[in-house]
Design a protein. Structure first.
Length: 278
């Protein structure tokens, strides 16, 4: 009896398992017995990889768009509108000026941001320290139903007593030999909320304020602040219904050498401001 069909009996009559047979490849004319890969299966695999790559690229681009880059205030992961880039968007700039302030903004999210940014410049300028110019500025940028309240609030802030503390007279004029400096330079804007008729925009600004001159007791200093505007669409333009101002965000001061009073005064006279339109 054997353990396999190929066994044999030894001389003592006990069955011995058959030996394993190993088939060696033929030297001449050897043919691989494995089935050849199907061409159709290879093509399907390649197409599948390409489709996965395309889907990954599309998903990545949609993720970039949803982060707020040029999306007119699309919501980010936290549900708040995203920050928009300040690069040119292709939108036409404002049509003109009203009392020296840019006006004629489009009824879009970008139009609201442009309006708020230019209004920050107007409210941060020297004109706010003169009663007549202040009334003109506030009347120009404010909604008709809010002009009186806004003007009353700004008159309280820019009082004659405040001008005296700054070192200028009641009309906002600097003493002889000195140059009064008050300027707001927007760094960026953030669209908090937006509808077709209302918007809220925060404008981050760097400011210059003080008296430039060798005899100045209040030298020109820089500051950082954020102005938040509540806007409404009225008579074909964005108008202000309310403003709030907070300090900062403030970066760490650099190692730049402070310029002399004459250099600052000359720079203020030579370098004009900008009109902001995205």
């Amino acid at each position: 009896m054997s353990y396999g069909g190929d066994g044999y009996d030894d001389e003592r009559g006990r069955g011995v398992p058959s030996q394993t047979r190993t088939r060696l490849p033929e030297q001449d004319g050897f043919t691989d017995r494995r089935p050849a890969a199907s061409p159709g299966r290879s093509v399907v695999t390649i197409v599948g990889i390409v489709l996965i790559l395309i889907a990954a690229i599309v998903f990545a681009n949609r993720a970039d768009d949803s982060s707020g880059g040029g999306n007119n205030g699309a919501s980010g992961d936290d549900g708040r509108p995203g920050a928009n880039p300040t690069a040119p968007s292709g939108e036409q700039p404002v049509d003109g000026f009203t009392n020296g302030i840019p006006s004629g903004y489009p009824q879009t999210a970008q139009g609201a941001e442009s309006a708020a940014t230019n209004y920050a410049v107007a409210l941060g300028g020297e004109g706010m320290f003169n009663a007549q110019q202040r009334e003109l500025i506030v009347t120009t940028i404010s909604a008709s139903d809010h002009t009186a309240d806004l003007l009353q609030a700004f008159n309280a802030d820019y009082s004659p007593a405040f001008n005296e503390r700054v070192g200028i007279d009641a009309d906002g004029n600097a003493p002889d030999g000195l140059t009064f400096v008050s300027r707001a330079t927007p760094i960026g804007s953030y669209l908090t909320t937006y509808t077709d008729t209302t918007a809220e925009v925060a404008v981050w600004c760097s400011g210059l304020f003080g008296l430039a001159g060798s005899e100045s007791l209040t030298p020109v200093r820089s500051s950082w602040f954020t102005i938040t505007f509540s806007l409404v669409w009225e008579d074909g333009d964005w108008k202000v219904t309310g403003t709030t101002q907070t300090e900062g965000p403030t970066p760490v001061p650099g190692d730049n050498r402070a310029s002399g009073a004459d250099e600052i005064a000359e720079a203020v006279e030579e370098y004009g401001g900008f009109t902001y339109a995205r």
